[in-house]
Design a binder for this molecule. Structure first.
Ligand code: ADP
Length: 448
């Protein structure tokens, strides 16, 4: 049945993880700021001999270190559960940073010290992180704090510290503040405008990829449905042809016999394709039940390899089982992994000419286990490498060498291996052979 329900989309610009990563980034930036402050202060005091409030500056550095340690521990060990909490946590940091920065600017020369432009860092950060009015509120807060301190200093309500011997005149103060206002608000505007555009683009991309995912799912469902519907009439057709071939063989003209034989082969091929299609979609849609149990690895692999021996002998190919391990149990879904191994060994035999060699070598390491299937066959050219795992892909040489084939075997292999969190590697050289390596984790990935 095809699901026609409207697709509900909730797309966030940030995921909780990416937002947390940004918060970690702000904490790191703050460490750099503290380091900068602790290196600049002695230079200003000893080398340049500025007359500034150095003990207050060091106190501010200490407060910053203390606060940043708190932020760091909260960030690292007490992850917030939702976006609002993370945003509130960041906004609180920005407000506290502004207040601290305003004191620092005051103790290091006020408006006469161009370091007040450091407010811009948080203007940029809040423009990137927040939507709506909040970046403007933060811009206003920066403007307000700098104006307040500057006026308090200028009208001697608080002590003033100067970098230069001549204090800043009222006219210069007004010009500096105006330049600062302009810079703050244009930066906020440019950043929020750019980020809004970026958010819009990301939303379109997310919607499209979600739609694509849905289309692929629908296609897989149709695939599955069709394959299921085809399976039983094909099986009936196959058994009827087998009956005709066996029971009426004597009575048939040689041409009719040949036609029946060809029909049997074609039906077998379509039936194989239908079964593979069912398997591929089953694993892709996560429908198949995982049945993992500890299994004697060498014993299991040996049995499956032996099932292919008759085929290998028929094709005059030497089938080697090269195992140096024994009595080792691994967590295995035998049905699924049998499909993987059988497909690879079968391919290796099919695409290796008479007199060639196919070797299967199991391995077990500390965290992974797997097997290597190598052959001395026709090999895979570089352009085909990326395509062989696609559905229905069969290379030209493969089609010439072996008529029977669905182009679904490796697609199924990849699907199963990835479902169980494993990896597949291929190495190949034209005319010399191919090596497929399957590596599976001993610990399974958690279910979504
Ligand atoms: P099929 O074997 O039915 O064509 P597969 O999905 O199993 O489909 O393989 C896809 C393609 O990958 C094959 O058509 C062939 O071109 C290539 N291939 C797979 N295994 C081998 C191998 N051992 N040696 C050379 N080519 C291979």
């Amino acid at each position: 049945m095809i699901d026609n329900k409207p697709h509900q989309l909730i797309l966030y610009f940030y995921t909780l993880d990416s937002l947390r990563a940004r918060i970690g980034w702000i904490v790191n930036l703050r460490w750099i700021a503290v380091l900068g402050l602790l290196s600049a202060a002695p230079v200003a005091q000893i080398v340049f001999q500025f007359d500034l409030a150095f003990s207050q500056i060091y106190a501010i550095a200490a407060i910053l270190i203390f606060l940043n340690l708190i932020y760091f521990f909260l960030y690292k060990f007490f992850p917030f559960k939702n976006f609002s909490q993370e945003f509130a946590f960041t906004e609180i940091q920005i407000i506290i940073d502004y207040v601290i920065l305003s004191f620092l600017v005051h103790f290091t020369g006020g408006i006469g010290n161009t370091f007040f432009y450091f407010y811009i860092v948080h203007i940029i950060i809040s423009g990137i992180l927040f939507q709506g009015r909040l970046p403007y509120v933060n811009a206003f807060l920066a403007v307000f704090l700098l104006t307040l301190w500057s006026l308090l200093e200028h009208f001697n309500f608080v002590a003033t510290y100067h970098l230069t011997t001549t204090p800043v005149s009222f006219k210069v103060l007004v010009v500096s503040l105006c330049a600062f206002y302009l810079l703050v608000f244009t930066t906020t505007y440019v950043i929020t405008d750019f980020i809004n555009l970026y958010r819009g683009l990301k939303r379109i991309i997310d919607e499209k990829s979600s739609l694509l995912e849905k289309t692929i799912n629908d296609r897989d469902r149709i695939f599955r449905f069709t394959a299921h519907e085809l399976k039983s009439p094909l099986t009936t057709l196959r058994s009827m042809l087998a009956v005709i071939e066996e029971v009426y063989s004597e009575k048939l003209e040689p041409e009719v016999k040949d036609m029946i034989h060809r029909a049997v082969r074609r039906t077998d091929q379509v039936l194989m394709m239908v079964k593979d299609m069912i398997d591929v979609t089953q694993y892709r849609q996560g429908i198949s039940q995982k049945m993992i149990e500890p299994t004697d690895f060498t014993d299991w692999i040996h049995k499956i390899v032996e099932r292919q021996r008759a085929y290998a002998e028929d094709k005059k190919i030497e089938l080697i089982f090269d195992s140096s391990i024994s009595d080792i149990k691994v967590p295995l879904d035998c049905t699924a992994m049998e499909k993987v191994l059988a497909n690879l060994v079968n391919n290796a035999i099919r695409y290796t000419p008479k007199g060639g060699k196919v070797t299967v070598r199991p391995f077990v390491k500390s965290t992974v286990y797997g097997f290597v299937v190598s052959d001395t066959g026709m090999g895979i050219c570089h352009e085909d490498m990326a395509k062989i795992f696609e559905e229905f892909y069969r290379s030209k040489t493969a089609r010439e060498m072996e008529q029977l084939g669905t182009g679904l075997g490796l697609c199924l292999v990849k699907q199963i291996v990835e479902t169980f969190g494993g990896k597949i590697y291929v190495e190949s050289e034209i005319g010399k052979g191919s090596t497929f390596t399957i590596e599976m984790p001993k610990i399974l990935p958690e279910e979504d």
